[in-house]
Design a protein around this ligand. Sequence first.
Ligand code: PLP
Length: 415
Amino acid sequence: MKNYFTEQTNFYGSTSPDKLISDFGSPLYVYNEAILRQRCREVKGLVSYPNFKVNYSIKANSNLELLKIVLDEGLCVDAMSPGEIHVLMAAGFKPEDIFYVGNNVSEEEMRFVVYRGITVSIDSVSQLRQFGKINPGGRVAVRFNPGVGAGHHEKVITAGKNTKFGVNTDYISEIKSILKEYSLKLVGINQHIGSLFMQGEPYIQGVKSLLSVAEQFEDLEFIDLGGGFGVPYRKQDGQERLELKQLGEILSTILNDWVNKYGKEVAFKIEPGRYITAECGVLLGKVYSIKENCGITYVGTDLGFNALIRPAMYDCHHDLEVYRNGSLIKGGESQTVTVVGNICESGDIVAKDRGLPKVDEGDILGIMDAGAYGYSMSSNYNNRLRPAEVLIKEDGNAVLIRRRDTFEDLMRNFL
Ligand SMILES: *Cc1c(COP(=O)(O)O)cnc(C)c1O
């Protein structure tokens, strides 16, 4: 028997996919507040070390209303662009709650961040020089590449030998001399080894390497261990969750021991993105055609890669649910189909050779675990309108939290 996530979690509260689509249109991002809050609490409780902070990496999903919930749960945030800072300030985050993890930023951008009193993480020796010139005597963090990478796809492995990210540890003495030259205070070091690990080991290895880098600097205020905490995208096949509790216990021991050695109560941070928002989001869409082409059955939907690019970009799996006349279709007549969107490209595929109950025109499809890197990577490709976003509140009612694009949105930047 398969697991049906939305049924197990009462995802749609007092409404239903049919009602949501008829009230708000299709395709539609739907988020569940209770699940979002639960994920925030799980990561906040990861380790027993007292001075521990969670920075939500908002590139995963930066909807204003979701950010307000994350703030209400007491999380801090990572930003990676001035636009993200702008949205974070609007959501109510204070400069001291924001950590800027820049990568190849212009002088203008660096000034934008520094003048707001936001701590910046520097990603290269040359950028540290630039920072020193702009903000001599300032406080700064450096992102190191500890030599260990992890992730579900080469595009999201962000440490190790084959990546643009982080300062190689060979450059530590050069970093130190630039810090001295511009009287900079190195307040923290950070890393991010990659996205979506389901086993704790590579992360723990990365933590250990980062701590050995940290030992080479005196008087750090924080050490940021990075994000990448995975979620099970194959729940219907019984995929297990990342063992957070076990990982947390191992980390707690490592961190407590290390601090005793270092002799100063530094703050430890993590920066999860996906773990916070992936599972609280479902993307709903409609089936408009079923056709056979050379032995393949295509289920044609409005779920184009302009709305959710992950399957096309990373070849990754998202569980699907089928809804008809207000109910979830479970098991039943199984067929193998390829689910595609409405974009003019052959790569516009949601799921290839997927076993599904028999699907009809007019059915609604739900793409599970679409809350992270879903809307935030959506686009107007083909001049499609980006979907609306709806939040199922803890009381079970649905509220619109971002309207669908309009034709005016497609025209507004033309002179
Ligand atoms: C994207 C990113 C994260 C979050 O990654 P997840 O896999 O979503 O947890 C954290 N830190 C940095 C520097 C990132 O670029």
